[in-house]
Write a protein that binds this ligand. Structure first.
Ligand SMILES: Cc1ncc(COP(=O)(O)O)c(C=O)c1O
Length: 360
């Protein structure tokens, strides 16, 4: 079956121009970036303890307006730890998730096989959650998980009033809200709210360090001190105590200085590019409204044909366009664009011209 995953293809390493996310770095470039960080001469971390990890945790806690933040080398580890702890604290074993959330579709059923938790699916495919979805939630939940934005649903975000309703609903029933905010910083631009206001909707919140913040990997879970410190043994049990995590930590500190201030700009760029695509290809090219820096594009060409042309372009011109192509019937396909510094190398009109050539 056609899988469409192109990320990591050998031709990608030969390319010099990209469109989605940040420009990928090679080993030498990563090491050079890490070497620039002012904390380079500080003591190295061991088993999640050291001054640079503490600094990173404190910076993110402050950004999110939370008492405490905890570094994890993988978001999955942090989120699984949080869900298990909410479940243990309340002695409840069911969580609510969106049917297209990362937890539902990208984690090999870890919630069931590893955590032994049941799920209540809330929200319709390709839609953000609504007040109706919330009103139908059961009351015996260990946690309500809110993925902001819900990437596989087309980077969808609920209206702010819906988030306030959810917060009220959960509070009156004593249900904690966990935000899967892998891209929370990017989402905040949509409501034009401070990061802490968005994070404040949740009792616990996970933020990825390697999406727009551009670290090599890793994430942070934040919340009240007592709760977050309960996650430390879970992080260890789930294999989260790396001997040292310095490449993740130092590259995240670099990202906080260089990428965090650019997030509103990436958001604007996504809107401008999406508009240019819509103008050239029509409304069908944008199956969902753009709400954050990530969006889906649909072109009138089959996935196989587009992939063949994209690989030829990579080979001949060193231009890498797609991480993954999603078939959409026989005659069209979709791909993601997540605006980051890769777009610094493009004028929107040139990129749209190229997409037009590829889809003809
Ligand atoms: C929405 C969302 N949640 C969770 C994760 C898990 O992060 P990690 O790959 O660090 O485990 C991802 C990763 O892509 C994600 O997109």
């Amino acid at each position: 079956m056609y899988k469409g995953i192109l990320l990591g293809h050998p031709l990608m390493a030969q390319c010099h121009k990209f469109i989605t996310r940040h420009k990928p770095l090679n080993h030498k470039q990563w090491l050079q970036r890490i070497a620039q960080v002012p904390e380079i001469d500080q003591q190295i971390d061991f088993y999640n303890s050291g001054p640079t990890i503490t600094l990173l945790e404190n910076k993110i806690a402050e950004l999110l307006g939370k008492e405490r933040a905890l570094f994890v080398h993988k978001g999955m580890v942090g989120q699984n730890a949080a869900l298990l702890q909410w479940s243990a604290n309340l002695n409840r074993h069911r969580i609510a998730i969106h049917p297209q959330s990362h937890i539902a579709v990208d984690e090999s059923d870890a919630y069931d096989k590893l955590l032994n938790l049941e799920v209540w699916m809330f929200g319709e495919p390709h839609c953000a959650i609504t007040d109706n979805d919330i009103a139908r939630l059961p009351e015996d939940l260990a946690a309500i998980v809110l993925e902001l934005p819900t990437r596989r649903a087309g980077f969808r975000l609920p209206q702010w009033q819906t988030l306030e309703y959810l917060q009220q609903f959960a509070k009156t029933r004593g249900i904690p809200i966990h935000i899967d905010g892998a891209r929370l910083l990017e989402a905040a631009c949509y409501w034009q709210k401070p990061y802490a206001d968005v994070a404040g909707i949740g009792n616990s919140v996970y933020v990825s360090l390697y999406k727009t913040l551009g670290a090599a990997a890793g994430g942070v879970v934040a919340g009240e001190t007592e709760f977050i410190e309960q996650l430390i043994p879970w992080r260890s049990r789930m294999g989260g105590d790396l001997f040292t995590a310095f490449p993740y930590v130092l590259s995240a500190l670099w990202g906080l200085r260089h990428y965090l201030p650019r997030i509103p700009e990436f958001h604007q760029r996504a809107y401008a590019l999406a508009q240019a695509i819509q103008h050239r290809f029509g409304d069908e090219a944008l199956p969902f409204p753009v709400q954050c820096n990530g969006f889906l594009v649909q072109l009138p060409v089959s996935a196989q044909v587009l992939e063949r042309r994209a690989l030829k372009l990579a080979e001949e011109k060193g231009i890498w366009l797609f991480d993954r192509i999603l078939p959409q019937g026989e005659q069209s396909c979709r791909f993601e664009i997540q605006a980051g510094d890769a777009l610094d190398d493009w004028q929107d009109a040139d990129l749209v011209d190229l997409l037009e050539q590829l889809s003809r």
